[in-house]
Write a protein that binds this ligand. Structure first.
Ligand SMILES: [Zn+2]
Ligand SMILES: [Zn+2]
Length: 565
């Protein structure tokens, strides 16, 4: 059993205990444990099977140790089964909704509303009206949460789609099939409806290969094209095409339709015809992507910016070189065990150095992010000593002292200027109190950026894909202020955030606002999330000179000093 699975069971137990009315402190103990287990980088199952007595590990305790032991040995636990019988199966799903906590979920249960579906019906029928705790603001938030959840159901986050595409492609390539990624995934759209893979194979053979993919369930019969399958809840289509036209078909399936339409018009103007299998002309057919573009008199256009006719107009004026993953020279947003991260400062720094980064900023939370034990001034100063020690051992990478400080409801910051002035880099973010008008939220954020110690606005709209939409905020106003105040805005690479989104990033490009691409990593492996941020920056047409952390250490140091005089 993997750590992810074990953590999942512990999180499920915590939800069920909470819904059953268990003591809050016990529940939060299990919730924290679930997070730690998921991020733990040795196999917990192997430790347990090897006889390690987890009940003696500080913070684990007898109950949790016994629970984990049951899971590893038996695949489930009597305790979990008991809770599963007591609590309706659909109720934990209700907890996932933005705006619904344990108290509200229990109230809904008492009223017979024990699943997301029933909650949707109850909302539609006005049944929540007059129910204690469900005023108009809460109802509005729940309604938006339901819409977000629906938007992601049957669809996948970019990271999930990447994982599934990788697993399927690896399997097929093992069978010597040439595979090309197409569709939304290739354009790096943040929510992928279906993973499209173009395969040079006969439909029959492709089907036979697909049947053998572990854990995949096929929804199409032998010989159909495409082969449709579902793996880990993500839908995929495998398109069988003849060798030699995979490039053209992948181009066609990458779309999107408005873009292909504009390209088709362009082809007709030249007496050519753009078909799914290539570009047809009098002297034959172009079937490779670069050949298609060359024949149309266009530069090859990166998939991330393929959108519509406007893309072609821009290409005619000359395509810029979009930022690339390899341009990133450091990461300015990450968490450690000092707040809610899983790895120590040392391990995060080592991992960053191993990636070839020249600098990192350690940006743990401030105190008002209460649940995660944020750092006050005293603890930030204590952390400085540890950072200095690690810095001494790693002269190859510069460690910047930073902080992700909460923006309080009135726009003031959760730490005072004294301590902020000691830090190298300050990221300011909104983490709570989302229910306010657009005007108030916009003023709140601009006021925070006016603080001369703030360098970066973190995840500017607060969205969490599949959980909650952006809070009401005037992004254009925020970006104008960022430009005026010389504050950078973040594109947060966490696949659930990807915030700013493509539209916001295009606006940054247009207005000349500086952008920081960061991972917001809470563990060593999640440093990779910076790549998703780069993908979104490309979708916003951004070039590396507009992105702070493509700069050298000298350039970044100068940038950090810009507002402090
Ligand atoms: Zn944050
Ligand atoms: Zn963060």
């Amino acid at each position: 059993m993997t750590n992810a699975q074990l953590g999942g069971f512990v999180a499920e137990l915590a939800d069920l205990m909470a819904l059953d009315g268990a003591d809050r402190r016990r529940v939060s103990h299990y919730r924290r444990a679930a997070t730690v287990i998921r991020r733990f980088d040795h196999s917990l199952a192997a430790l347990i099977e090897g006889g390690t007595d987890l009940s003696r590990v500080p913070g684990v305790g007898k109950g949790l140790a016994a629970f984990l032991g049951d899971l590893v040995r038996g695949g489930t636990s009597p305790r979990l089964e008991r809770y599963r019988e007591r609590v309706p199966a659909g109720l934990p799903g209700v907890l996932r909704l933005d705006g619904v906590g344990v108290t509200k979920a229990r109230a809904l249960w008492a009223a017979g509303i024990d699943s997301v579906e029933k909650l949707g019906e109850a909302l539609a029928n006005g049944e929540l009206r007059g129910m204690h705790g469900f005023g108009p603001a809460v109802v509005g938030r729940v309604r938006r949460g339901l819409a977000e959840m629906a938007a992601l159901s049957e669809k996948a986050l970019l990271s999930q789609a990447d994982r599934v595409a990788g697993a399927v492609a690896e399997h097929l390539r093992g069978g010597a099939v040439v595979v090309e990624v197409a569709g939304d995934l290739r354009r790096r759209v943040e929510i992928v409806g279906v993973v499209d893979l173009v395969c040079a194979a006969e439909a029959e053979d492709l089907w036979a290969e697909a049947v053998a993919i572990e854990r995949a369930s096929l929804s199409s019969g032998r010989g159909t094209n495409p082969v449709e399958l579902s793996l880990d809840g993500v839908r995929s289509r495998l398109w069988a095409v003849p060798h030699g036209v995979t490039g053209a078909v992948a181009h066609h399936l990458t779309g999107p339709p408005a873009y292909l339409g504009a390209l088709g018009d362009r082809a007709r103007g030249k007496g050519l015809e753009l078909t799914p299998a290539g570009l047809r002309g009098t002297d034959g057919e172009s079937t490779a992507e670069d050949a298609i573009y060359a024949a149309l008199g266009l530069p090859w256009i990166p998939p991330e910016v393929r959108e519509d006719a406007a893309t072609l107009a821009r290409a005619d004026r000359g395509l810029p070189r979009l930022v690339e993953r390899g341009d990133i020279k450091g990461d300015l947003h990450m968490h450690t065990t000092w707040s809610d991260g899983a790895a120590t400062v040392r391990r995060m720094v080592q991992a960053a150095a191993a990636r070839g980064y020249r600098y990192v900023a350690i940006t743990d939370h401030s105190p008002s992010t209460g649940v995660v034990g944020g750092l006050d001034a005293a603890r930030l100063r204590a952390q400085a000593a540890e950072i200095a020690q690690v810095q001494e051992d790693h002269p190859d990478i510069r460690i910047l002292r930073g902080c992700e400080v909460d923006i309080l409801p009135d726009g003031s910051l959760d730490l005072d200027d004294d301590i902020l002035s000691e830090l190298d880099v300050v990221l300011a973010s909104v983490h709570s109190v989302f229910d306010m008008t657009e005007t108030r939220m916009t003023d709140r954020i601009i006021r925070a950026m006016e603080n001369p110690f703030v360098d970066i606005l973190g995840h500017p709209t607060g969205r969490k894909l599949g959980r909650r939409g952006p809070y009401p905020v005037d992004v254009r106003e925020i970006l104008r202020a960022a430009r005026r105040l010389d504050v950078a805005v973040e594109v947060n690479g966490s696949p659930r955030r990807l915030d700013l989104d493509q539209r916001g990033l295009s606006l940054c490009e247009e207005l000349g606002v500086r952008v920081v691409v960061s991972s917001d990593a809470h563990s060593v492996t999640r440093l990779d999330n910076v790549n998703y941020g780069v993908d979104q920056a490309r979708r916003g047409w951004l070039q590396s000179d507009q992105i702070v952390n493509t700069g050298t250490l000298d350039e970044v140091s100068r940038w950090i000093g810009r507002r402090r005089g």
